[in-house]
Design a binder for this molecule. Structure first.
Ligand code: UDP
Length: 384
């Protein structure tokens, strides 16, 4: 393949890269080269079929698609249909299973009470820390809303296991990812559109990248072939932003995940797709049982697959989560200013924007980059 012939080069075949590549290929009718370091497309959304059980699972952790953004939905559902899966999570604390995120059932079960919805506010105002007026971090946000006992049982050690930093150094916004319910509703998400791609995430990526204008180079490090690319090619880079600039302002820190797979000779191990383990003594954060993600599939009743999830510091090989501490955000800001000065280069995605995006937010970002960045520049310059 003559890689020098491409005017558009996308680095990374995760959601950001695949959506931008699809837009360029179909809307501009231009050839796009997608460079992927791993041996497969799809980034951390990648899914595969376990050969022993036939169960479809997500190699990099359970991904639930959900959005209320009509534009995102109208775009993505042309490439996949979703099944009817509705996400519910449970949390195992002191050998008892609780509904999670916290709802009325969790509160009643935890405090051994029988509160009704209209009594929750009064109860919460007695247990929450009302002295915190402007919560400045994860811990303060949690204690000011749910009090110390629930925080310590369900959040504190899970968060320390997940991030390995003091929860007082994490932004309050991470706590806000999780809803709090005064009723018995167990759904994790309320979005209008939700589910799992019926044929798996990998099929979705195959569809996104199926345009004849798109060429994908797997097992290829962008930095090792960068010199051979067309000099004025438009680069859409979705890798870690600090790597793009050779770490000149310092390294950003990331968390990565590791999964321990086990096959068990039973139909159902835990009765739910995900159970969280918030206790300090248990080394993993959650157990996934992916058969529950596809209730429509007729999986074997003889075996099931589980994956224990461990969170670790990333050594630069598989960054998953940006750690939004003040120090990291200051470093990121310097890279971002540098990136804004570049011509013909767009840096984005979870790794490029150093931001804890959900999948629908990444798709929204990709569409925005195409429409307001690439398309505008192409019209102006007759080339990116
Ligand atoms: N979290 C927690 N206890 C839990 C689940 C989540 O304390 O049982 C905290 C933890 O800090 C986590 C954050 O809430 O990083 C966001 O959780 P979410 O489930 O959204 O994380 P993701 O699914 O993106 O890994």
């Amino acid at each position: 393949m003559d890689i020098n012939a491409f005017s558009y080069v996308v680095v990374g075949s995760g959601l950001l890269g695949s959506v931008v590549a699809e837009r360029i290929a179909s809307q501009l009718d231009s050839k796009v080269l997608v460079i992927e370091k791993r041996e497969h497309i799809g980034g951390n959304c990648y899914s595969e079929t376990d050969p022993d059980t036939g169960i479809e699972f997500h190699r990099y952790g359970t991904h639930i698609f959900h959005t209320s953004n009509e534009k995102v939905w109208n775009y993505i559902h042309r490439f996949t249909s979703l099944n009817t899966y509705r996400h519910q999570v449970l949390s195992s604390y002191k050998n008892k299973i609780y509904q999670f995120p916290i709802n009325l059932e969790t509160i009643n079960s935890f405090y051994n009470m029988n509160l009704r919805p209209f009594e929750v506010d009064e109860f919460m105002s007695a247990i929450r820390d009302r002295t915190i007026k402007e919560p400045a971090n994860f811990e303060e946000q949690a204690i000011s809303l749910i009090g110390k006992d629930l925080y310590e049982a369900f959040f504190k050690y899970y968060t320390i296991k997940q991030w390995q930093i003091d929860p007082r150094k994490l932004p309050a916004a991470i706590f806000n990812r999780l809803p709090f319910r005064k009723n018995y509703v167990e759904n994790y998400f309320f979005d209008q559109w939700q589910g799992i791609p019926e044929n798996g995430y990998t099929a979705l990526f195959q569809n996104l990248l199926s345009n004849k204008n798109i060429a994908v180079l797997l097992n290829t490090d962008f930095f090792s072939i960068r010199d051979r690319l067309k000099k004025d090619a438009c680069i859409i880079y979705s890798g870690p932003i600090d790597r793009f600039f050779d770490y000149k302002f310092g390294k950003l820190s990331w968390r990565t995940l590791q999964f321990e797979k086990e096959i068990l000779n039973m139909e159902d191990y835990q009765g739910n797709a995900v159970i969280n383990y918030p206790e300090q003594e248990i080394p993993y954060t959650r157990i996934h049982e992916p058969r529950h993600l596809h209730p429509e599939k007729n999986y074997t009743k003889e075996k099931t697959l589980i994956l224990r999830e461990y969170s670790l510091a990333d050594n630069g090989t598989a960054p998953f989560y940006p750690i939004a501490s003040r120090e990291n955000m200051e470093i990121f800001q310097r890279y971002r200013e540098e990136a804004a000065r570049l011509e013909n280069v767009f840096i984005s995605g979870r790794l490029g924007d150093y931001k804890y995006y959900d999948m629908h937010q990444t798709i929204e970002r990709a569409l925005e980059i195409f429409e307001t960045g690439i398309l505008t520049q192409t019209r102006l310059n007759n080339g990116c």
